[in-house]
Write a protein that binds this ligand. Structure first.
Ligand code: HEC
Ligand code: HEC
Length: 196
C-alpha cells in the first residue's frame, strides 16, 4: 500500500515531459515562410505544401535544387548558402507539421480520381498510383506523400513530369504521367488534395 502511494505521489510531482516538438530553423522565418508558410501549409495553392511531407523526400529535393538536378530558378536562389545540417533540420521540421485540410469541390471528379489512384487508368502499361505512393497516399521513403497537397501544384507537377520539365528522377513519373489525360490529372489532383 505504502510503496504504491509513494510511487503515485512521486509520479504526480515529476514534471510532465514536454511534447516532442521539432524546433523551427531560423531560415523558415527569414525565407521559406514567404511561400511555403511557417507551418508548411503554403498559402498559395500553386505552391508545394511541405507539411507532413516525408523527411527523406524533402532532403532529397533540397539537395537536388542545390546541385541543380531539379531546375527551378526560384528554389535555386532559396537554397543558396544552405549547409547539409540546414537541409536536415528543415526537412525534419516540415515533415513534423500537419498538412492543411482541403474540401471536396466536385464529388464526381473526386470519385474518378479515387478510381485512377487505386486502379490506374486501365490504359496498357498505366500503373495505379498507390503501388508506389501507398494506399492513403502517405508515400514512402522512396515516393513522396501526395495526401493533402494543393491540387494546382499536383496538376502542374504531373504536366511537368509528362513534358520532362521536372528534371530530377523524371524516368518513373515521366512514364506514369505521360499516360494521363488532362481529365485524369484534374481528377487525381481533386482526390489527392482532400486525403488527410
Ligand atoms: C519565393 C517563393 C519560394 C520561397 C521563399 C521558397 N520556395 Fe520552395 N518552392 C517554390 C517553388 C515555386 C517550388 C516549385 C519548384 C518547381 O516548380 O519544381 C518550390 C518547391 C520546393 C520544394 C519541393 C516540394 C515538393 O513537393 O517536391 C521544397 C522541398 C521546397 N520548395 C523547400 C523550400 C525551403 C526549405 C525554403 C526556404 C529555404 C523554400 N522552399 C523557399 C517557391 C519558394
Ligand atoms: C513506380 C512508382 C510510382 C508510381 C506507379 C507513381 N509514382 Fe508518383 N512518384 C514516384 C517517385 C519515386 C516520385 C519522386 C520523384 C523524385 O524524387 O523527384 C514521384 C513523384 C510524384 C509527384 C510529385 C510530388 C511532389 O511533391 O512534387 C506526383 C504529383 C506524383 N508522383 C503523382 C503520381 C500519380 C498521380 C500517380 C498515378 C497516376 C503516380 N505518381 C504513380 C513514384 C511513382
Amino acid at each position: 500500500m505504502l510503496p504504491k502511494t509513494a510511487a503515485l505521489i512521486l509520479a504526480l510531482l515529476l514534471p510532465v515531459p514536454a511534447l516532442a516538438t521539432v524546433p523551427m530553423p531560423k531560415v523558415v522565418e527569414t525565407k521559406c515562410a514567404l511561400c511555403h508558410g511557417k507551418l508548411g501549409e503554403a498559402g498559395s495553392d500553386e505552391l508545394a505544401v511541405l507539411a507532413g511531407q516525408n523527411e527523406k523526400y524533402l532532403a532529397k529535393q533540397l539537395k537536388d535544387f542545390i546541385s541543380g538536378r531539379r531546375k527551378s530558378p526560384t528554389m535555386a536562389r532559396m537554397v543558396r548558402g544552405l549547409a547539409e545540417a540546414d537541409v536536415d533540420a528543415l526537412s525534419r521540421y516540415y515533415a513534423a507539421q500537419k498538412p492543411p485540410p482541403h474540401k471536396i469541390t466536385d464529388a464526381d471528379l473526386h470519385a474518378a480520381g479515387r478510381f485512377l489512384f487505386q486502379k490506374g487508368s486501365l490504359a496498357p502499361g498505366a500503373p495505379s498510383c498507390q503501388i508506389c505512393h501507398g494506399e492513403k497516399a502517405y508515400g514512402t521513403d522512396f515516393a513522396p506523400r501526395l495526401a493533402g497537397q494543393h491540387a494546382p501544384y499536383l496538376e502542374r507537377q504531373l504536366r511537368e513530369f509528362s513534358q520532362r520539365e521536372r528534371t530530377n528522377d523524371n524516368e518513373i513519373m515521366h512514364t506514369v504521367a505521360s499516360k494521363l489525360s488532362p481529365f485524369d490529372i484534374k481528377a487525381l489532383a481533386e482526390y489527392l488534395a482532400t486525403l488527410e
